[in-house]
Design a protein around this ligand. Structure first.
Ligand SMILES: Nc1ncnc2c1ncn2[C@@H]1O[C@H](COP(=O)(O)OP(=O)(O)O)[C@@H](O)[C@H]1O
Ligand SMILES: CC(=O)N[C@@H](CCC(=O)OP(=O)(O)O)C(=O)O
Length: 298
């Protein structure tokens, strides 16, 4: 599709109110492993991030990499088990997760962004104690509705974010790219779901928005039925859908992350489709609402 010069100019002018709204604001983007599909799509996400930065947004990227971790574990003969969407993590799994997230995925995103003239800086939660974590237990619901706190190994929950480091980097025009590895006060490394890390960072930095890029259009009341798509999901509905199982697996941490970030000070949160080309631009700079916005009100 080719546009005339006038049409191109009018597209830019139409984006102006959105650009003004986000100018100077922090936006946290969680780039999920399932949205890192192929080279073409990865490049489109990178271009969106570059555009965001060059119109004056302060982006912070938190990445996942679940599928890559799973395939590396398979190579060493380990099967992955998930409880409430969280990977059960023994010591060896924690080491492999760190290797894949920090050594492979983080470094690839940073290289891609830097080659597009962005000053991206790769960080794990260990750098300057960016993410201090403690051991997290999974709250598993029993048949009689009681909850058992289950040990899932070296899985962490965020205790503190070194916001001073992030402010310094943003003020110097760097774009932080963060791996979801936490450092415990006990000296252990913790594997943390990237959605939770994005939420804590978005809350602590009072981000204007947190966007979770994933492999589905958003949330469905019944995700086998496309007609049940939900554009805005309230806290009450979200809690009920988690309780009755209609939000399950990897969607649980996402929804919990959205609610958590809003409680902690983020402005807005949306779960959007990372498989759709330029979904970040569509979400931020057009009136075409995409994905599911999770709101804190009932
Ligand atoms: N109600 C729901 N609506 C949409 N997706 C859901 C729902 N409940 C569970 N899911 C699942 O959550 C998945 C997204 O989580 P996940 O695969 O962990 O993504 P990511 O790797 O991006 O973190 C979807 O692909 C879908 O299978
Ligand atoms: C504890 C836990 O589950 N950690 C995640 C960290 C990576 C992640 O969150 O990746 P996605 O965003 O691609 O799912 C894992 O091991 O898969």
């Amino acid at each position: 599709m080719e546009f005339s010069a006038e049409a191109k100019a009018s597209i830019l002018v139409d984006a102006l109110p959105y650009i003004q709204n986000f100018y100077g604001e922090t936006i946290v983007i969680k780039y999920g492993g399932n949205a890192m599909i192929n080279d073409d799509l990865k490049n489109k996400v990178m271009h969106d991030l570059v555009l965001m930065k060059y119109v004056g947004i302060r982006p912070i990227i938190v990445h996942g990499g679940g599928p890559d971790i799973t395939s590396f574990l398979e190579k060493v003969g380990k099967t992955s088990t998930f409880v409430n969407g969280l990977r059960v993590t023994d010591r060896e799994t924690a080491q492999i997760a760190e290797m894949v997230l920090v050594g492979k995925i983080n470094s690839e995103i940073v290289s891609r962004l830097n080659s597009l003239n962005l000053k991206a800086v790769g960080l794990s939660g260990k750098d300057a104690n960016l993410i201090v974590a403690s051991k997290k237990y999974a709250a598993v619901k029993n048949a009689d509705n009681t909850i058992t706190n289950t040990d899932i190994g070296f899985v962490g929950e965020v205790k503190n974010i070194n916001t001073a480091l992030l402010y310094d980097l943003l003020d110097q025009n760097y774009v932080p790219v963060i791996s979801p590895i936490g450092i415990g006060e006990d000296g252990n490394s913790y594997n943390i779901n990237a959605d939770y890390v994005a939420a804590e960072i978005a809350g602590a930095m009072s981000a204007k928005k947190m966007l979770l890029l994933t492999d589905i259009e958003g949330i469905y009341r019944d995700y086998n039925d496309k007609s049940t798509f939900i554009s805005t999901l309230s806290k009450k509905e979200a809690e009920a859908m988690i309780a009755d199982g209609s939000i399950n697996g990897g969607m649980i941490p996402k929804v919990e992350a959205c609610l958590r970030s809003l409680e902690k000070g983020a402005g807005k949160t949306s779960i959007i489709d990372g498989r759709q080309a330029h979904s970040l631009i569509l979400e931020l700079f057009t009136s075409q609402g995409i994905g599911t916005e999770v709101v804190h009100s009932n």
